[in-house]
Design a protein around this ligand. Structure first.
Ligand code: COA
Length: 170
């Protein structure tokens, strides 16, 4: 959902972007990852983070680790006032497309059992719950582990194309 006159760009996150990323991380996850943790990940050759900018302003980001043939989605955040505009969907779409290009065959992630919006988002991409990790968050809340198989198949390519068509509608 892009209005007339709006420009949307997706770019690779670097350490230079952290002054824009950290306020969103703190706002969304209160407090979320530290700047040192982000810096560490951005220096990790297995990690890949993307920023989404609307009219040049950073409003969302997401990242993953690519380990052999598996993609592990680590982080997705959209500034609250920009939610419901397909921005997370665009970021996950781009991450999974890159993972496919790099030869990944499966993907997984952990999500809070209470986080229905995120679970619905991942279900759109074919992630399915496979297990629960007890007290994973702050030793209190359980994590749902969600898996996606067949990332490398032509059928999954069609899933990604169908999602991409939604972006062209608006
Ligand atoms: C979860 C989050 C990333 C979604 O971002 P978003 O840009 O609003 O999501 P999108 O507009 O791209 O929506 C994509 C899909 O997610 C699901 N979704 C998003 N918000 C939802 C909500 N409030 N309730 C139910 N489903 C929701 C829908 O399936 C939606 O697809 P649809 O519009 O075709 O139905 C955002 O709410 C957020 O930053 N939350 C806090 C951080 C977080 O939970 N991160 C994930 C941690 S694992």
């Amino acid at each position: 959902m892009i209005e007339d006159g709006e420009t949307l760009t997706i770019e690779r996150m670097t350490e230079a972007h952290l002054p824009e990323v950290m306020p969103i991380e703190r706002e969304v996850f209160a407090p979320g990852w530290s700047e040192a943790a982000f810096r560490n990940d951005l220096r990790n050759p297995s990690a890949l983070y993307l920023n989404l900018r609307l009219n040049g302003k950073l409003v969302a980001y997401a990242g993953m680790w690519l380990v052999i043939d598996e993609a592990h989605i680590t982080n997705v955040a959209v500034k609250p006032e920009y939610r419901g505009r397909n921005f997370a969907k665009r970021l996950i779409h781009r991450l999974l497309s890159i993972a496919r290009e790099r030869g990944c065959v499966k993907a997984f992630l952990e999500v809070r059992v209470s986080n229905t919006p995120a679970q619905k988002l991942y279900e759109k991409f074919g992630f399915r719950p496979v297990a629960v990790r007890a007290k994973y968050y702050d030793n209190v809340e359980d994590a749902l582990i969600m898996w996606l198989e067949g990332l490398d198949t032509p059928e999954y390519g069609e899933v990604l194309q169908a999602i991409e068509r939604e972006f062209r509608k608006g």
